[in-house]
Design a protein around this ligand. Structure first.
Ligand code: GCB
Length: 599
């Protein structure tokens, strides 16, 4: 039997073929290929797409992506879904859990399909589809052709679609799968909600034949504050011209045969800092291609146990944040981001830990403008499959995409390689590879991770500390560990040779419906903050903290009567308005510290 999607398979063969996924294993869309998006104007594909869930991978088995637009009665097979004859739609961008209550706990594949017209595309020789984020795996199909597969829930990726485009109507389909697995990054056990879907912008960009793939502009951390380095990755031949008008820089870059162009300039930029978040317009022209960015110049270094910004030691007054919202989930809303940063400023912060995965790219842009320093992280969280080469490739790709996306952001001072990973040789090798990847892509920032404490010998002890710049410590004394004396002992027994920051500490507290005392009461939470501030304040090697966390956040695993599907360690409740008493305690501490060093 031949079907109308030009497959020779019979309907039975489609059902019985357990090798159905093999053709989609490659190509992988990774951070190795990049489309620098700054200053480009794309066609937005936001809006309603047709949608279905697909728990059995029927779409891959039945080749839904090959189906042509035709009347249902003309089809040769009774397909289990027809993207041209359906009334189920889903807004893009969004998280499907937040759109339809039947999908709240749905974990599996979903199909998204829509048309666009070639006449609406921006003009250029080449076209690239850019997906801001799709959780977790996304397979891309255009006009019946499979273009590749991306892994990782929180980073952007792009794929060239030039050869698959048609004149007139084009049919784009995405198969997005948020199934958990032990080999993904993160793995199947996390303490945040497993949102699914294309929850950031999807656009199509155009470039000329010769194009700019990437641009990295930074202050060289040589202590002079006067050397600016520009590195560009180019494809094709042409003249590359860089302009930073605010610094009087206008120069032609000499391009190497391998597509790399690099130059250093002597300049005297006003340095970016939380107090003076100065940004400069940067433009790179390469033949007919042009990209722009706004870049701040600052130097961040580790000197002994200090974190040194522009030559002066800083203390990181921070707070951890998730990207989560009661009504839109992980989806981006500029007002939500502004409120998050405004609350951090009100708390007296000069720094935020963006946990536990890359947040929307607008976060670092706004932090650049508002003068907030950032920790950015990849979701190498808990017990990753450290000995699995595919897992390492996935983590490396996510890290590469994050660094390529945000390395022009002065606000980002730390790349974090992971969080609370159990020690093993495989973990050390895995994390060391990530550290090498990060340093090769960006030698201008500090590298950290939430490391381990030895709870038998009571001291900071993690061999990862040897290969990173800043030791992050998550410690929950007063919560998971009842005895504060142990925290005091850890402080006394540890003698780190590099800066330590307390990347997490905290306690759940429930305001109105909570107990009056003990775990989950507001009083208990407030007391934990008081004790922590007191004990940590006496340790002279602590260079910052980012308690857990600014807002209560959704977490499927938190199901007791006070949690009800939420982690309640927020200083502010899930409504993002109701402050718990601990907010004022931390704010008083931070404002006191800010008064002391003024940073
Ligand atoms: C941690 C994790 C964080 C959790 C937090 C908690 O150590 O890093 O993801 O949400 O503790 O509340 O238990």
């Amino acid at each position: 039997m031949t079907t109308d999607n030009d497959q020779d398979d019979t309907a039975y063969a489609m059902i019985l073929d357990e090798g159905y996924a093999r053709p989609f294993a490659t190509p992988l869309l990774t951070g190795e290929d990049w489309l620098f998006a700054g200053g480009r104007h794309g066609l937005s594909l936001a809006g309603d797409w047709v949608f279905t869930t697909d728990l059995h991978d029927s779409g891959l088995r039945q080749h839904w992506y090959k189906m042509e637009d035709m009347a249902p009665e003309a089809r040769a097979l009774p397909y289990d879904w027809d993207p041209f004859n359906t009334d189920w739609t889903m807004p893009v961008p969004s998280c499907w859990q937040m759109q339809d209550e039947r999908l709240f706990y749905f974990e599996g594949a979903c199909w998204y399909a829509r048309h666009f017209d070639s006449a609406d595309l921006p003009s250029g020789d080449r076209r690239f589809l850019r997906i801001g984020a799709a959780a977790y795996e996304c397979k891309v199909f255009l006009n019946g052709q499979y273009l590749g597969r991306h892994q990782g829930a929180s980073t952007p990726f792009s794929v060239e679609i030039t050869a698959a485009l048609r004149d007139g109507a084009n049919h784009l389909m995405l198969c997005i799968d948020n199934r958990r697995s032990a080999t993904r990054v993160p793995m199947n056990h996390t303490d945040w909600f497993n949102y699914g879907g294309p929850y950031r912008e999807i656009e199509i960009f155009a470039t000329p034949e010769a194009r700019i793939r990437d641009l990295f502009v930074h202050l060289v951390p040589d202590g002079s504050f006067r050397t600016i380095r520009v590195q560009a990755e180019l494809e094709g031949a042409g003249e590359a011209r860089l302009e930073i008008p605010g610094l009087g820089i206008a120069a032609v870059l000499s391009t190497g045969v391998d597509g790399w162009a690099e130059a250093t300039f002597e300049a005297a930029p006003s340095l970016w800092s939380p107090a003076t978040p100065t940004l400069y317009d940067v433009a790179l022209t390469f033949g007919a291609d042009r990209v722009t960015d706004r870049v701040g110049f600052r130097e961040i270094r580790r000197v002994g146990r200090d974190i040194v910004l522009n030559g002066s030691p800083v203390f990181l007054r921070g707070i951890s944040v998730h990207e989560d919202d009661e009504t839109i989930g992980k989806c981006f809303d500029p007002a939500d981001l502004r409120r998050r940063f405004a609350h951090a400023k009100e708390l007296g912060c000069n720094y935020l830990r963006l946990a536990h995965y890359p947040h929307h790219e607008a976060a670092a842009k706004l932090a650049d403008e508002m003068g907030l320093m950032l920790w950015e992280e990849v979701p190498v969280y808990w017990s990753i499959a450290f000995d699995n080469p595919g897992t390492l490739a996935d983590a490396k790709s996510q890290l590469t995409e994050l660094i390529r996306r945000d390395r022009n952001r002065a606000s980002v001072i730390i790349w974090s390689m992971g969080n609370e990973n159990p020690d093993s040789d495989a973990r050390f090798a895995f994390m060391s590879t990530l550290v090498d990847t990060a340093r090769a892509l960006d030698p201008t920032r500090l590298i950290s991770a939430a490391c381990l404490v030895n709870h038998v010998r009571f001291r900071i002890e993690d061999r990862l500390a040897e290969v990173i710049d800043v030791i992050g410590i998550n410690e929950y004394f007063g919560w998971y560990f009842p005895d504060y004396e142990e925290l005091i002992a850890i402080g006394r027994n540890s003698n780190p040779d590099r800066p330590v920051i307390i990347t997490e500490t905290g306690a759940d507290g429930v305001k109105e419906d909570g107990p009056k005392s003990g775990f989950f009461s507001e009083d208990y939470m407030t007391e934990v903050y008081r004790r922590q501030i007191d004990i940590l304040g006496r340790l002279d090697y602590i260079r910052g903290m980012s308690p857990w966390i600014l807002y209560d956040f959704r977490a499927e695993k938190r199901m007791n009567r006070y949690q009800r599907g939420w982690n309640r360690k927020g200083l502010i409740a899930q409504d993002k308005a109701t402050k718990k008493d601990a907010f004022a305690v931390l704010a008083a501490h931070y404002h006191r510290l800010a008064g002391q060093d003024g940073a």
